[in-house]
Design a protein around this ligand. Structure first.
Ligand SMILES: [Zn+2]
Length: 368
């Protein structure tokens, strides 16, 4: 009654805006904590079909005594939790409309109940956190161009698997971009044809620098490759079979590193049918003798120049514009079993979907 009366008074005085501080959401600032109230431990934050909305959901309320929920939000730069609003106990979702440039938020959901005439809340510190992103764009780089790394001209027992890394990675890249789009993320592809394709890409250096630079403003950069061995005794008939993920300077820790690991796992699970070794993950420094060893499992690696910058030009360029990114070696195309697998379009489709799913899960996107 009080706030209704106050609002009416404010409108009457023509000063409604100055009275917003007394609206019900803020009047609960001193709401006491009631430790007997249920704690929402695992809320989820997923993107809606709109770029600028994050949907927070939580488990159905089994405690009929909870009157309503309070949804709290914190951006990456915030020190404290902000109140977004109350929702009734008959629902378990809240749609947060985002404005501004921030893409990454954390959420908590508190249970609210009236005890002795006073609204009480569950413990904020004990409540679980959901992480949500909005407006995520992923730069997809199908490695190489033209007829790079193909065995078309090789004469050998494996001639029945004519393979081109540039061509198969282009197919994989296009499928990955489509799959990302189906999750309502925004893919940016560095080439869409046999040449380096994309506008502004300098073909002179294979487009390596300009491809990485195209990722400017993106949330993540993924360069798609298949591997070869330095010294081939029998050309295109090697037995090495494992996935490597090279993480650039911005993807070696925290959540970006988690995503690097998930991509390595996703690719390995698909290539398993060819006999690919497990993916142990864990950040290791690239070492010719150790990581290249076919008896060692695949992992996430970093490889630097002497000056400390990324060894791979395309990863270095992505890092130069602040984009975390990885280069994925989808095992070895010099292995005939792997090559046979990668030549099947349906397998590239599975790989693309698995990688898109890993990215989508990471950012909290749902397929629609
Ligand atoms: Zn390559």
């Amino acid at each position: 009654m009080f706030s209704k009366f106050l609002a009416a008074l404010c409108i009457a005085l023509g000063a409604f805006a100055s009275c917003l501080a007394f609206s019900p959401i803020n009047s609960s600032a001193a709401m006491p904590v009631d430790s007997s109230l249920p704690i929402i431990k695992s809320p989820k934050a997923t993107q809606s079909k709109y770029d600028d909305r994050i949907v927070v959901t939580w488990g159905k309320n089994k405690n009929s005594k909870v009157d309503k929920y309070l949804v709290m939000r914190k951006s990456v730069n915030d020190k404290t939790w902000h109140r977004l609003g109350f929702v009734s106990n008959s629902t378990n979702r809240y749609t947060d409309k985002i404005s501004g440039d921030t893409k990454y938020y954390k959420y908590k959901v508190l249970c609210i109940k009236k005890v002795g005439g006073v609204n009480c809340k569950s413990d904020l510190t004990a409540s679980g956190t959901a992480k949500g992103w909005c407006d995520v764009s992923i730069c997809v780089d199908p490695g190489h161009y033209g007829d790079k790394n193909n065995n078309f001209s090789e004469k050998g027992a494996d001639a029945k698997y004519p393979y081109s890394e540039a061509q198969q990675m282009l197919i994989l890249g296009q499928k990955l971009a489509d799959a990302l789009e189906s999750y309502h993320m925004t893919p940016i592809i560095t080439r869409s044809s046999d040449d380096t394709g994309a506008p502004g890409v300098d073909v002179g250096d294979g487009g390596l620098d300009s491809r990485g630079l195209l990722s400017s403003g993106c949330d993540f950069f993924v360069s798609l490759h298949t591997n070869a061995t330095g010294a081939q005794k029998k050309v295109w008939q090697q037995s090495e079979n494992k996935v490597y993920v090279f993480a650039n300077a911005y993807a070696r820790s925290g959540s970006n590193f988690d995503l690097a690991e998930q991509l390595g796992l996703a690719a390995t699970r698909q290539l398993k049918v060819t006999g690919a070794r497990d993916f142990d993950g864990g950040l290791k420094e690239f070492d010719d003798s150790e990581n290249d060893d076919p008896r060692v499992n695949g992992s996430t690696l970093f490889r630097n120049l002497d000056d400390g910058r990324d060894y791979y030009a395309v990863l270095r360029a992505a890092a130069s514009v602040g984009t975390p990114g990885v280069l994925i070696e989808h095992s070895y195309h010099v292995n005939p079993d792997v090559r046979a697998f990668l030549l099947e379009e349906k397998n590239l489709e599975k790989l693309a979907r698995a990688e898109a799913e890993a990215i989508a899960k990471h950012y909290g996107f749902l397929k629609r």
